[in-house]
Design a protein. Structure first.
Lengths: 181, 343, 100
């Protein structure tokens, strides 16, 4: 019994249970904290997948920044407990339908994904552990100087940075209090 | 898993490091009170032990014997969880800091011995950064779950300050990573070997002086120390986010703050001051140099606290966003240009 | 070694949990959290398949997904704050003005 197999099952259990807690909890504060636990589990899974850079950026970006944002909003809006009058739009039949559809989605995905034949993927699990950050950097930023070389994802990187700038400005503008002139 | 002597030595090393961190927090308590006293032209604690050296232990015993209180309206789970998160993050961040070459425990182990760190990942700098950003949660949850207005205000201010200064912290780190072309702290220290002109060590503090200043300023702000300690200002906010905590909870926040200081100093030493590198000492004693450098930075921390006045909160945030962040970006650009030019 | 199917099943399960959260919870913030769960499930798939194909592209795509998720969370939460200012509630059932 390899250590990594135990690690996988433990981390997978933590992630799934924490995610179930996120959608099942009444208190949004607890939901946010449980999601942070879930992200921690996912980060561990990335480490098992030989992707330490993804694991660390998951903690920095998701658990360290996005969840702080959620936490601030929950605290500022004082969203304590969920209101009980939640059957206005959907009605009890609607909720049951939603639950059934979600379970169906889950079962369908499990069935489909467990039938993926392993011959679809290159059987090289213990080969090159491409976990070097240098590789990621090269793949991201490489500009093709000779013909036949492949460009890196430079354009996507720059576009994403503009996207973040736009989102930042947009968030500040949307959340601003209206000034009565 | 085979129980080899290396494994036993490694576990022993982890135990030693953990205890050293706790003892260094205790040492910091004493250092702070003595330095504060001498700066203020008085003597400080001198009754308990020689020159008051046992004072921190007396403080800890007092704190442990107090009654742990929890306000009735406080959220029980989060109230107890908050100091745990703070302390755990503070200790965990030290796990990737290297403080020496390898040791063979006086020949008990085989030749290369075990390296003197808890672990060495090839993304070590990012791990420090990640765990520092997790430390924000301890403060935010403490303030929120206390269900008290002083605590909430202190927590919101403190966490906003911490996440603002994390940006400059990261940019200063990025400049050093650019020069060292590695993310592993051990690699970064090893890149600083050698001397220019025979006597100036090749530490990164010399080419990256602005980066070092930025890093230290952001580090002081990250650990909520003066002059950035408005969130726990005694005069304005009672005690900020740890108002409602007593006994062990307060002790854990205290411990977390001092261990955070030690971690920031250790990371600054590894990245800018050359880690364990230094003349005259043999390799297996090199950790002494590390301790000396960390101690120098910690002394500087304490000295700053009792010399500089506290910044007002909006001054603090303005400084972080309008001055420190552009400075760190400029530093990064200049470093990048320099590295490109030198190739 | 852990076969790829295990990771895909886990990611499918997380995706279904996220979808269930979006359907079943009547609180705007929790709905956004469920969307984050879904994005993370997709990230896990990318990294797992990238590992099994021996490339680093999976991690790069997750890098971009994380960044876009951050932008989306920021704007989404700003919208939640603006909506809360109008109706003082976080339930999506209060914002039915555009229904016919």
């Amino acid at each position: 019994m390899d250590g990594s197999v135990i690690g996988f099952y433990v981390l997978a259990a933590v992630t799934v249970l924490a995610s179930l807690g996120v959608i099942g909890q009444r208190n949004p504060m607890y939901s946010v904290m449980l999601l942070i636990v879930s992200f921690g589990g996912l980060s561990g899974l990335y480490v098992l997948l030989d992707a330490p850079f993804s694991a660390v950026t998951q903690i920095i970006i998701y658990a360290g920044a996005i969840m702080v944002l959620f936490l601030f909003v929950v605290m500022l809006l004082n969203a304590s407990k969920e209101e009980v009058a939640r059957t206005v739009a959907l009605g009890p039949g609607g909720m049951r339908m939603a639950a059934v559809l979600s379970v169906l989605l889950g079962i369908e995905m499990l069935w489909a994904l467990s039938r993926v034949p392993s011959s679809w993927f290159a059987q090289d699990p213990s080969a090159t552990a491409i976990s070097d950050v240098r590789q990621i950097g090269i793949r991201l930023f490489k500009t093709a100087t000779e013909p036949g070389e492949q460009w890196g994802h430079v354009f996507a990187f720059e576009a994403t940075s503009i996207l973040i700038l736009v989102a930042m400005v947009g968030a500040v503008v949307i959340a601003r209090k209206e000034r009565s002139s | 898993m085979t129980f080899s002597p290396e494994l036993a030595a490694h576990l022993g090393l982890i135990f030693v490091i953990f205890n050293m961190l706790v003892l260094s927090a205790a040492f910091m308590v004493w250092l702070e009170r003595k330095v504060c006293a001498y700066i203020q032209d008085r003597v400080g604690p001198n009754r308990v032990g020689f020159e008051g050296a046992l004072q921190p232990f007396a403080d800890v015993i007092k704190l442990l014997l107090k009654e742990p209180l929890r306000p009735k309206a406080a959220d029980a789970v989060l109230f107890t969880l908050a100091p745990i998160i703070s302390t755990a993050a503070a200790f965990a961040a030290f796990s990737v800091v290297p403080f020496g070459t390898s040791t063979t425990l006086f020949g008990l182990l085989d030749e290369p011995g075990i390296p003197l760190h808890v672990t060495d990942v090839n993304v070590a700098v990012l791990v420090v950064f990640a765990i520092a950003s997790m430390g924000v949660y301890g403060i935010v949850l403490a303030g929120w779950s206390s269900n008290s207005k002083y605590a909430l205000l202190g927590a919101l201010r403190s966490s906003a300050q911490m996440i603002s200064y994390e940006l400059s912290y990261g940019m200063a780190l990025a400049a050093v990573i650019l020069m060292a072309s590695s993310l592993s702290l051990r690699e970064i220290v090893l890149q600083q070997q050698g001397y220019w002109l025979g006597f100036i060590p090749k530490w990164y503090v010399f080419p990256q002086f602005l980066g070092f200043l930025i890093f230290m300023t952001a580090g002081v702000a990250e650990t909520n120390r003066a002059p950035f300690d408005f969130p726990e200002a005694e005069q304005e906010l009672v005690a900020g986010y740890h108002t409602e905590y007593s006994s062990m909870g307060f002790a854990m926040f205290f411990l977390a703050e001092y261990v955070n200081m030690v971690t920031v100093s250790a990371v600054a030493t590894s990245m800018y001051l050359g880690g364990w590198l230094g003349p005259f000492l043999p390799d297996w004693l090199a950790w002494i140099w590390f301790l000396v450098k960390v101690f120098a930075i910690l002394f500087f921390y304490v000295w700053m606290r009792w010399t500089l006045p506290r910044l007002r909160y909006d001054q603090l945030m303005e400084f972080g966003w309008k001055w420190l962040l552009p400075a760190s970006v400029l530093n990064l650009i200049f470093t990048a240009a320099l590295v490109l030019w030198m190739q | 070694m852990i076969p790829l199917n295990h990771y895909l099943i886990l990611s499918g399960l997380l995706f279904a949990i996220g979808t269930a959260g979006v359907f079943l919870r009547r609180n705007l913030i929790t709905m956004l959290l469920s969307v984050e769960i879904m994005l993370n499930a997709v990230n896990l798939t990318f990294v797992a398949v990238g590992r099994y194909w021996g490339t680093v592209d999976g991690q790069i795509i997750t890098f971009f997904v994380m960044t876009v998720a951050a932008a989306e969370a920021a704007v989404g939460l700003a919208l939640v704050i603006a909506l809360f200012r109008h109706r003082e509630t976080l339930s999506p059932d209060a914002f039915t003005a555009l229904k016919w």
